[in-house]
Design a protein around this ligand. Sequence first.
Ligand code: AR6
Length: 177
Amino acid sequence: MQQRISVAEGDITRLRVEVIVNAANRSLMGGGGVDGAIHRAAGPALLAECREIRQRHGDCPPGEAVITGAGALAAKAVVHAVGPVWQGGGKGEQALLASAYRNSLQLVSDNGFHTVAFPAISTGAWGYPRPAAAEIALNVVRHFLRTHRLPQHVYFVCYDEENTRLYRRLLAQTAEE
Ligand code: AR6
């Protein structure tokens, strides 16, 4: 199991994987942070696809995810996952964050993709405490990999050293359990 999860540091748009997960908002119309970086690198085709999905299905609520092509990115697809805004922990944030990861993995699996990269959803502009978010991300991914053939490899992409250390430590700790 261990070899199916990796931690990488840097810009998620540069990673060579089949699917890149975006930390989107319910409008799917782009934004700052990793969302901005992905839309900038993917170009207008990605936004056009998101707009079409929104016109057909409306907003994407927290905990949900949708899949599109990847525009100019080297990846084959982008999963736009909407995490919760952190409001102190009493508004179902844990379940919503877990659901955002789970639904993203399900889309990757259903579409036959082997490799996927996640950013640390909700931990930037939306203020989710990093250690708690990392623990949820890792638990959901581990459970999903145990019960599904695909994806074969999941990358957690950290944008800074602090988060990289956090994920590496957690990965090592839980591997021993
Ligand atoms: N590659 C990997 N990780 C990144 C990158 C990158 N290029 N850029 C930032 N991060 P955030 P959220 C990290 O704020 O908290 C947007 O405006 C960042 O350091 O991107 O889910 C959306 O449109 C942090 O650890 O997403 C929404 O409105 C993590 O990605 C809102 O922000 C997530 O930070 C979503 O907020």
